[in-house]
Design a protein around this ligand. Structure first.
Ligand code: ZN
Length: 682
């Protein structure tokens, strides 16, 4: 054989390994499948003509090995210890406390990783070539599963770059949900057993003696731990993960470095919320000390290292059927598909519907009406569909066709900027309006008691509410005509709407349905600007500069207040006397003893305040406002031309204040509060 043939064989192996990596790991192929096959063909051909050049790490050997007789037990060079598990945050904080004591004042640095629910394995690379793959076994010895691990496309047979003489990488072999669906269908067709979950399927596949069988299982791999390392000179886990990735091995997704356990736990909470978007199973998070020097100081107990803990999440799965898929229109016009399920009990909760989020999710999971699906609940997070049981398809299932118009108003729909969600583009879509009113009235926003979904439906359907702020114009008489609405409840509702005007800027902002503005961001904005005017006048740069806001939220807020709809809402809220100030800080009025639980009636024309503004101020100070004077009225604030209400106040002996007296009482000027009622009770 000539040197050039030898060179070409080596070159082909490198090129193929590279494109394999681009295809399977980066999911960004640079050449077509046909070109890839040509390279493989050329290599296979050269190897056939020069069998003495065939090595176990050649890409042609991935599926080429014959079945093995049985599993050989091999000792681990470094024992594979188990890690401490917990299901609650409190124990993670105790873990942090122990670490701080052991480190005697040195600050721990944590790294948090996804905990992949698969099967642990160790991969040994010698001079860059994959030479041995073991199961965890009992931690001291594992089974040699090299023949099966070679078939895992994620696992490079030859490392990229300049690898060290010895590199032992530990990680998790796993199967994706979509692969499990596919595999189970094939298993059922062949009359073989179907697997209950991804982990069982992975374990079953790794125990196969014939690698040709396991190669059809499309297993995947994530590296997460160090085994024996020679000649790498690393000082931290993060460096390790980055190096491993550079060598071509996929590293487990992680949240980076955290200087406090609070930061680490916050990332855990977010990661658990978003695990539904993953096509693989995770059963928690792993929190590790990042630096090797700190790890060494902490050491290990007989069972597990002291520098790592897994925060697991309880997972429950159940099987059910999709009876129908319907679309709901949200407050921003988003069309959200929801699966109506045959009711199933999961961890004590009856589940009969789950959100499918968007059209892409339905397509990705290939969910059809009539499908048998596996629904999962993780901890306290709402359940979701994990996968379809393809093996149970009968052919009668119907693919879901996403509506091309709004199911409520028949308006035009379009994809949003992100391209993921489909929205109704009609700004006066009643479905959106209902959702927005519901949102504004909700507990975390204006908390309007009695303004529930059934009533909102009637208000919008009958045209009594055709914009968000119309709720403030509702009268008891209008409400009395509605279903299940008596005189008393109508009055109560009008009163509740009125009372909600005094909740302050933060709660109003939280309820307007501005994209990205929930309770937290509303609090930040209200605290920063103090009143609606400063907020609406803020530039996008100014908004983005607020700690915790950032450019995406800033743009959304800026656009809302510059939009015609946004300006209309602000103007109308002001006109109806809704308090649009933050109500904290020395310059603004606070609750006042004189006002608390006292009932006020404002009448006549005031010179320094609008009537609605005056009422908002009273509510802010802790008082209540009504429109009619009665024996329950504590004060009447009278401006010019007060009319009959002043008369009645005098008759009932209710204390009457003019504007100036009111201001003194509210602490808006320095003078003492008036002492005597104005009326004399005659
Ligand atoms: Zn619509």
């Amino acid at each position: 054989m000539t040197d050039s043939t030898e060179d070409r064989i080596e070159e082909l192996r490198r090129i193929i390994e590279y494109h394999n990596h681009r295809y399977y790991i980066e999911a960004a192929p640079e050449i077509s499948d046909l070109e890839f096959d040509r390279l493989m063909l050329e290599l296979r051909d050269l190897e056939q003509r020069h069998p003495e050049r065939i090595t176990p790490s050649s890409p042609t050997r991935r599926v080429g090995g014959g079945p093995i007789e049985g599993f050989r037990s091999v000792p681990h060079p470094v024992p594979m210890l188990s890690i401490e598990n917990t299901y609650n945050e409190e124990e993670v904080r105790e873990f942090d406390g122990r670490i701080r004591r052991l480190l005697e004042g040195a600050a721990p640095r944590y790294i948090v990783e996804q905990k992949i629910d698969g099967v642990s394995a160790s991969l040994l690379y010698e001079n860059g070539l994959f030479s041995l793959g073991l199961t965890r076994g009992d931690g001291a010895r594992g089974d040699d599963i090299t023949h099966n691990l070679r078939t895992v496309r994620d696992i490079p047979l030859r490392l990229i770059g300049s690898p060290p003489p010895v590199l032992e990488v530990r990680g998790e072999v796993y199967m994706t949900h979509s692969e499990l669906s596919r595999l189970n269908r094939l298993q059922a067709e062949a009359g073989e057993r179907v697997f209950a979950n991804c982990r069982n399927a992975t374990a079953g596949s790794l125990k196969l003696l014939d690698p040709r069988q396991s190669s059809r299982r499309n297993l995947r791999f994530f590296a997460h731990s160090e085994g024996r390392l020679v000649g790498l000179g690393l000082s931290s886990h993060l460096e390790f993960l980055e190096r491993v990735r550079a060598f071509g091995i996929p590293a487990v997704p992680h949240g980076g470095i955290f200087d406090s356990i609070d930061g680490a736990l916050a990332w855990c909470a977010d990661a658990l919320e978003s695990r539904e978007g993953l096509d693989y199973e995770t059963d928690g998070l792993v929190i590790k000390i990042d630096g090797f020097a700190q790890r060494e100081r902490l050491g290990a107990t007989s069972k597990s290292p002291r520098w790592v803990i897994a925060l697991k999440v309880e997972l429950w799965q159940a099987e059910t059927r999709v009876l129908d898929i319907r679309v709901q229109v949200g407050k921003g016009g988003t069309l959200t598909p929801v699966a109506e399920l045959e009711t199933v009990e999961i961890a004590g909760t009856r589940v009969s519907r789950v959100s499918l989020h968007n059209a892409d999710e339905i397509a990705r999971k290939d969910i059809r009406i009539g499908d048998h699906v596996v629904v999962e609940k993780a901890g306290k997070i709402i359940p979701h569909v994990v996968r379809v049981e393809l093996e149970k398809r009968t052919g009668t299932e119907l693919p879901y066709l996403f509506p091309t118009e709004c199911p409520v108003c028949r308006g035009e729909v379009g994809r949003d900027e992100g391209g993921v969600y489909i929205r109704c583009l009609n700004p006066s879509c009643p479905a959106q309006l209902k959702e927005r009113v519901r949102y504004l009235a909700s507990r975390k926003a204006l908390d309007i008691e009695g303004l529930g979904p059934a009533l909102i439906d009637q208000l919008v359907d009958r045209g009594l509410v055709s914009s968000l702020t119309d709720i403030y114009a509702l009268t008891a008489r209008q409400l009395e005509g509605l279903e299940r609405m008596g005189e008393k409840s109508a009055q109560n509702l009008v009163e509740a709407v009125r009372a909600s005007k005094g909740r302050g800027l933060e709660r109003v902002l939280a309820g307007l349905g501005i994209r990205h503005i929930g309770e937290r961001n509303a609090r930040l904005l209200a605290g920063e600007f103090g009143d609606i005017r400063s907020l609406t006048e803020a530039t996008e740069e100014r908004l983005a500069a607020i700690g915790g806001i950032g450019p995406v939220v800033a743009e959304s807020v800026y656009r809302f207040f510059r939009s015609r709809a946004g300006r209309d809402i602000v103007r109308e809220l002001g006109r109806h006397g809704v308090d649009l100030t933050a109500g904290s800080g020395a310059a603004r009025p606070r609750e006042h003893e004189e006002f608390r639980d006292r009932t006020f009636v404002v009448t006549g024309t005031l010179s320094r305040h609008g009537r609605a503004e005056m009422e908002a101020l009273i509510r802010k100070l802790g008082g209540k406002t009504t429109s009619a004077v009665s024996r329950k009225t504590d004060f009447v604030v009278a401006g010019r031309d007060p009319g009959g209400k002043l008369e009645k106040a005098r008759v009932l002996g209710v204390r009457v204040l003019d504007e100036e007296e009111f201001e003194r009482m509210a602490g808006l000027s320095g003078a003492p509060v008036p002492g005597e009622p104005a009326g004399d009770g005659d």
